[in-house]
Design a protein around this ligand. Structure first.
Ligand SMILES: *[C@@H]1O[C@H](CO)[C@@H](O)[C@H](O)[C@H]1NC(C)=O
Ligand SMILES: *[C@@H]1O[C@H](CO)[C@@H](O)[C@H](O)[C@H]1NC(C)=O
Length: 222
C-alpha cells in the first residue's frame, strides 16, 4: 500500500513535469511520457466516489463512449450514427461498430489526416507521441498508405455494403451497419494502449481545405 502510494506520488510529479513546458522531442522527457502512458489507469467511470484531487474541474471526464464534430456543419464529409460496443472496449477482444458517412464531394489523393490521441494519466491528459506512424501523427496522404492495389476488392464487411477502401472516395452516402471487428492481440498493440480513458481527434483535409474533423472519447479495460 505504502509502495503504491510512493509510486503514485512520483507518477503525479512526472505528470506535472510532462504537462508543463517540456517538449517530447527531449529524449528524457520522451521516455518519461512513454513510461507514464504505459501505466494502466482505472477508467473514470469505475472510480468509486469522487475523492480524487480535482486539479482542473472543467476537464473532460469520460463516463461513456462519446463522439462529436470538431469541424463545422459545412464540412463536405459528414459522419453520423456512430455506434461502438462494448463500452468500455475490452482488450483483447472484439468491437462492434457502425456508421453512416456522407461525402458531398469526391475525395482523392493527397488526403491528409492529422490524428491526436490523448490518454488520461492520473489528473491530466497526456498526448501520445507519434512512434512508427502510430499515435498522434500527421499523415501526408493516407491514400498512399492503404495497402493493396486500388483495383483489389475491399475486405468484408466493407465489400458487403459497397464501402470503398481505396481512393478516390466518390460523392455519396456510405453506411456500415454495426459489424464485428477482431482487435489485434495485446502483443501486436503499442505499449501505451493500456486500460484507461482516451480522446481521439482526427482531421481530414485535402488541398488545405478541411473535409471533416471528429473527436471521440472512449475507455479501454481488460
Ligand atoms: C445522403 O444522406 C442525406 C442525409 O440523410 C440525404 O439528405 C441525402 O439525400 C442522401 N444522398 C443520397 C445520394 O442518397
Ligand atoms: C485547391 O484549392 C485552390 C484554392 O482554393 C482551388 O483553386 C483549386 O481548384 C483546388 N484544387 C482542387 C483539386 O480542389
Amino acid at each position: 500500500m505504502e509502495r503504491k502510494f510512493v509510486s503514485l506520488f512520483f507518477a503525479a510529479i512526472a505528470v506535472l513535469f510532462v504537462t508543463s513546458a517540456v517538449k517530447p522531442s527531449d529524449k528524457a522527457s520522451f521516455k518519461m511520457i512513454m513510461d507514464l502512458l504505459r501505466i494502466p489507469q482505472t477508467p473514470e467511470r469505475f472510480k468509486i466516489g469522487n475523492n480524487e484531487v480535482d486539479y482542473k474541474s472543467h476537464d473532460l471526464q469520460v463516463l461513456k463512449f462519446n463522439w462529436h464534430n470538431c469541424g463545422s456543419s459545412q464540412d463536405p464529409v459528414k459522419v453520423r450514427d456512430v455506434t461502438l460496443v462494448p463500452d468500455p472496449i475490452k482488450l483483447p477482444g472484439e468491437v462492434k461498430t457502425g456508421f453512416t458517412a456522407q461525402f458531398l464531394t469526391n475525395v482523392d489523393s493527397p488526403l491528409k489526416a492529422a490524428v491526436v490521441i490523448k490518454k488520461k494519466v492520473l489528473f491530466a491528459w497526456i498526448e501520445v507521441p507519434c512512434v512508427d506512424n502510430v499515435g498522434s501523427c500527421t499523415y501526408g496522404d493516407i491514400c498512399s498508405m492503404i495497402p493493396g492495389d486500388p483495383t483489389d476488392p475491399c475486405p468484408p464487411p466493407l465489400s458487403t455494403y459497397n464501402i470503398p477502401c481505396h481512393c478516390p472516395f466518390r460523392e455519396g452516402n456510405y453506411t456500415l451497419p454495426a459489424s464485428t471487428f477482431e482487435l489485434p492481440s495485446v502483443g501486436g498493440l503499442p505499449s501505451w494502449l493500456e486500460e484507461g480513458d482516451y480522446q481521439v481527434e482526427a482531421t481530414l483535409s485535402s488541398n488545405n481545405t478541411r473535409l471533416a474533423c471528429y473527436r471521440a472519447e472512449l475507455s479501454l479495460t481488460k
